[in-house]
Design a binder for this molecule. Structure first.
Ligand SMILES: CC(C)(COP(=O)(O)OP(=O)(O)OC[C@H]1O[C@@H](n2cnc3c(N)ncnc32)[C@H](O)[C@@H]1OP(=O)(O)O)[C@@H](O)C(=O)NCCC(=O)NCCS
Length: 392
């Protein structure tokens, strides 16, 4: 197999679904902007050098539909020869896209690829616009279609993750994110154009552009304040809006090139994907996924938990993130996990998340001068995914 190197990894800010700053900015605009920016920020790289784009999206329909993996590179101004596909593994779609893009380079099928992710939960809600579960199968297997919040409640009650611990974890995520934003540590963010439609005197609407620089869902919170929020998914449960990931709009992109192309064009390798794992688990407690995906990927790579300098474990819900951290024996490494906060504060734009966390992981590895980073998440339907990156 050939060596495949990451030469760029960037993301847009994440903005709250419907009430956030991207609520009038279509997903095609977010993803085409970040694709174009990723190329522009990579010294010596031009769009004509690219072969292919793999684009993760969890609900690829309506504004995100058709084959956005092909439309977005065209909107970015890339030449016709740059092909594209849309990839769906729900919350791991962006990570899956990066893994597929890397494999294409390693196999010699492509020389330079982009693995990316996008989700506008404003334009296409979780579950899609017209969910159509199979009538008989959904009757006998309702867990395949259950709300993600209910699976988070199941993890909390089955594995004794208390409300207090969830709220403490959530407050900590918010505090870390606010501090990182204030110190300018989200170096992977590209300030991103957003749009709003402003009514004119003559009754028509004008599309106006403005720039978004920061994640807009960060909200400093105390465990006591969070403790007052009502539960959302079960009256007697523990999962609230404050200890769940936010529903978010965003896009991210990672460029991967063969060693030969790096040498030929003078591209600077920043990292490589060492290994990637996926694994299934029970659908009605899908949040346990990282507990199984992380040991699997570590085994594949011949590494152990202490070798990892930065963990980006998606905070779909505090209950499942905490459960996985405990079961993995990672509590002693809390200073390596989601060091600038996670999805509770920064949002979880489903199909973008794997690509977004990759950009964050590589930036954080650089910040702490680390070598290995893990990106992992749970996945609707009952799965986990994990990737190990090595900083070069
Ligand atoms: C939990 C969820 C339903 C909440 O959505 P929402 O109701 O739109 O959330 P909001 O941001 O409006 O918050 C609801 C309330 O909690 C409050 N709140 C939220 N976070 C808070 C915080 N950190 N501190 C204090 N109050 C907070 C809000 O102010 C709001 O109060 P209000 O009703 O008085 O205005 C939604 O975030 C969700 O579905 N998350 C999970 C997404 C998911 O499943 N992803 C896939 C995972 S695999």
């Amino acid at each position: 197999m050939r060596d495949a190197y990451i030469v760029q990894s960037v993301r847009t800010p994440g903005c709250k679904q419907k009430r956030g700053q991207f609520n009038q900015t279509r997903p095609e605009e977010l993803i085409s902007f970040i694709l174009k920016s990723a190329v522009e920020r990579t010294k010596n790289l031009k769009p004509e050098h690219l072969d292919d784009v793999m684009l993760g999206c969890a609900f690829p329909e309506a504004e995100q539909g058709l084959n956005l993996g092909r439309i977005a590179p065209k909107m970015a101004g890339f030449p016709d020869k740059v092909s594209g596909a849309t990839v769906n593994r729900f919350c791991a779609s962006g990570l899956e896209a990066i893994a597929m893009a890397s494999v294409r380079v390693q196999m010699g099928w492509s020389d330079i690829t982009i693995g990316a992710g996008v989700e506008s939960m404003t334009f296409v809600p979780m579950g899609g616009n017209h969910p159509r579960p199979h009538p008989e199968y959904s009757g006998t297997n309702p867990e395949m279609y259950v709300s993600m919040g209910v699976t988070a409640e199941n993890v909390a009650s089955r594995y004794n993750v208390s409300r207090e611990d969830q709220d403490k974890f959530a407050a900590n995520s918010q505090a870390k994110a606010a501090a990182a934003r204030d110190k300018g540590l989200f170096t992977e963010i590209v300030p991103t154009p957003a749009y709003k439609y402003v009514k004119q005197a003559n009754g028509t609407y004008k599309k106006e552009q403005f720039i978004v620089e920061h994640d807009d869902g960060i909200r400093l919170s105390t465990p006591e304040g969070l403790g007052k929020l009502r539960t959302v998914f079960s009256a007697a449960g523990s999962v609230t809006a404050g200890n769940s990931s936010q529903t978010t709009d965003g896009a991210a992109a990672t460029i991967i090139a063969s060693k030969e192309k790096c040498d030929e064009l003078g591209l600077e390798p920043i990292a490589r994907l060492v290994s990637y794992s996926t694994i299934g688990c029970k659908s009605d407690e899908m949040g346990v996924g990282p507990r199984y995906a992380i040991p699997k990927v570590l085994g594949q790579a011949g590494l152990s938990i202490e070798d990892i300098d930065i963990y980006e474990i998606n905070e779909a819900f505090a209950s499942q993130a905490l459960y996985c951290i405990r079961e993995l024996g990672l509590e002693k490494y809390m200073d390596r996990i989601n060091i600038h906060g996670g999805a509770i504060a920064l949002g979880h734009p489903l199909g973008c998340t794997g690509a977004k966390l990759t950009a964050t992981c590589l930036a954080n590895l650089k910040e702490v001068n680390g070598k290995y980073g893990i990106v992992s998440m749970c996945i609707g339907g009952g799965m986990g995914a994990a990737a190990i990156y090595e900083r070069l």
